[in-house]
Write a protein that binds this ligand. Structure first.
Ligand SMILES: Cc1cc2nc3c(=O)[nH]c(=O)nc-3n(C[C@H](O)[C@H](O)[C@H](O)COP(=O)(O)OP(=O)(O)OC[C@H]3O[C@@H](n4cnc5c(N)ncnc54)[C@H](O)[C@@H]3O)c2cc1C
Length: 514
């Protein structure tokens, strides 16, 4: 009863500032916001949905939430895969009205945007000016937001060259979830006389506190992002390995990184199984399926001049065709509707479709994602360990769910020694199979954490699994809890993530020995 009156009072006090159009507790709204793209989770209904437009409105909501001790979860595009942007009870903040482009500064190469702006809206404006943020957002598409990308430490298109979304972040304007709803700016903008042109040198890097935090440390309202002139000359080439050999994948990937350097925009590797699945689904099949014997490299290059691009292409051919272990490949060998690499042109739409086609090879099945980064020198070992896990634990998978990825895993190379292994387990969104699905999903993540994998979107299921695996030392966990308490003394923001329910909660009760 008390709870209902608390929620009612909070509703009224938020409505007084936001107006009646941007707050709701109607069932149809709660249902509409009850899910992300996270199949193993049940529907979860928030008590109140709010759509603030300004940082000051977010601050007001936070103050009210603290007054009534109601928990909050921030949400951008809602394309999370791991239970991150839904809330059971409490206040769900839909930030998509914070979608303004405040400044595009072509002299100093930065832009200031509202964190609820989508990648699509932002990139379309930047493209008109020949500019780019480098990384072009996640594979979920252009309706995901910048705030989601920063919070999930998103990897995406062009990450091989430009890194993760936090790598292009110069600073943020963020509302701390404390009773005062404090608004702070980080990076150079922490100096109130400066423009946000750089991240370091004014104060400790407090920007980092909010990067990859999956919405636990603050509500990001504005982002200050790096800009780059978009190199106008781009090309893509494909090569097939003749053997299914991930040591060779590592060697070639390493060499491409070293010798092509700045020209290498994206480097992806699709596994052996994928062409077979795509051939089965193609509308316009060649008469015969070609012999596919190994993973396929997709190499995207960019340059400021056609002549430089030609040199890059020459170097790539030299590396990839040096011995008889690789051959040039065309996706037309699988599907006649695919574009030949010589005719390939970069467009935002094409990038998105390409990704969707590659990962959605088994669309009717839902997937519990297990995407994570590994050091590239440990690529082969990590791939083998993943396969072995599925074999060893096949009996624990829910009935009728195959113990192999439902979307084919593939690799994306990142700057330095990083490589992403994209993948997911077959999941079931039925009440009878939910527990088994969740159990095997958490177990698989714990396994990856223990061989040294680093994930990116952590949401609920992955952040909890990392804690369960015992990855964090007691000292780290104490530091984390203290930092959380400093920004969120009532532990109201995203309380389920990392099993951070309250300052006094004993996280060790969640440790699992497998
Ligand atoms: C088909 C598919 C492909 C995908 N591919 C990729 C991929 O290639 N790379 C990748 O990284 N991810 C990928 N994802 C996952 C997800 O879409 C991305 O991580 C994306 O960046 C999330 O953005 P969003 O705006 O939808 O965030 P949401 O889902 O709304 O939120 C994500 C997390 O961030 C928090 N959050 C959101 N906005 C804020 C804010 N302003 N302040 C504080 N916290 C906030 C939320 O609480 C939540 O924990 C994919 C998802 C799907 C469905």
């Amino acid at each position: 009863m008390l709870k209902i009156s608390k929620v009612k009072n909070a509703y009224k006090e938020i409505e007084d500032v936001l107006g009646p159009d941007f707050i709701s507790d109607k069932d149809f709204m709660k249902a509409a916001y009850s899910r992300n793209v996270d199949p193993a989770f049940p529907d979860r209904w928030a008590d109140i949905i709010v759509k603030p437009e300004t940082t000051e409105e977010v601050s007001h909501i936070v103050k009210v939430a603290n007054k009534y001790k109601i928990h909050m979860v921030p949400r951008g595009g809602g394309a999370d895969l791991v239970g991150g942007s839904v809330s059971k009870g409490g206040i769900l903040l839909d930030l998509t009205r914070m979608n303004q482009i405040h400044e595009i500064n072509l002299d100093d190469y930065y832009c200031i945007v509202g964190c609820g702006i989508t990648w699509g809206a932002m990139l379309s404006e930047l493209q008109k000016k020949g500019m780019t943020t480098g990384i072009l957002g996640p594979g979920s598409g252009y309706s995901a937001t910048i705030g989601g990308g920063l919070s999930n430490a998103t990897v995406g298109f062009s990450s091989t060259k430009y890194g993760l979304v936090p790598d292009i972040c110069l600073g943020v304007e963020v509302v701390l979830p404390n009773p005062e709803g404090t608004i702070v700016r980080t990076g150079a903008a922490a100096n109130q006389y400066a423009t946000p042109f750089c991240r370091y040198g004014v104060a400790p890097d407090f920007t980092g506190l909010f990067m990859g935090d999956v919405g636990t440390m603050g509500i990001k309202c504005k982002a200050f992002l790096r800009l780059f002139p978009d190199p106008p000359f781009k090309s893509r080439r494909y090569y097939m390995l003749l053997k299914d050999d991930y040591n060779k994948v590592f060697q070639l990937g390493h060499k491409l990184r070293k010798e092509v350097g700045d020209g290498l925009n994206d480097l992806m590797v699709t596994p052996l199984i994928l062409p077979t699945l795509l051939y089965a689904q193609a509308n316009n099949k060649p008469k015969r399926m070609p012999k596919v014997t190994g993973p396929i490299f997709s190499v995207t290059l960019e340059a400021t001049d056609q002549r430089i691009l030609d040199v890059y292409l020459e170097i790539v051919d030299k590396i990839m065709l040096k011995d008889d272990t690789t051959r040039p490949f065309e996706w037309q060998e699988i599907d006649l509707d695919m574009v030949l690499s010589k005719d390939w042109k970069f467009t935002l739409i094409e990038e998105f479709n390409f990704f969707q086609k590659y990962i959605s090879t088994a669309p009717p099945k839902s997937s519990c994602t297990t995407c994570h980064k590994v050091a590239i020198s440990r690529l082969n070992e990590s791939v083998q360990k993943g396969v072995q896990f599925n074999i060893n634990n096949s009996k624990e998978f829910p009935p009728k769910n195959p113990p192999y990825p439902v979307f084919a895993s593939f690799l994306m190379f990142l700057p330095n020694g990083n490589c992403v292994i994209v993948g997911g387990l077959g999941g079931d969104n039925t009440d009878e199979n939910r527990e088994a699905t969740m159990n095997i999903w958490h177990k698989k993540i714990r396994h990856q954490v223990r061989y040294g994998g680093a994930h990116y979107w952590l949401g609920e299921s992955i952040s909890q699994s990392i804690v369960e695996a015992g990855a964090y030392t007691p000292e780290f966990m104490q530091f984390f809890k203290d930092m959380k308490k400093a920004v969120d003394p009532n532990y109201l923001l995203s309380p389920n993530k990392f099993h951070l329910y309250s300052y006094d909660h004993d996280y060790t009760e969640h440790l699992v020995e497998d």
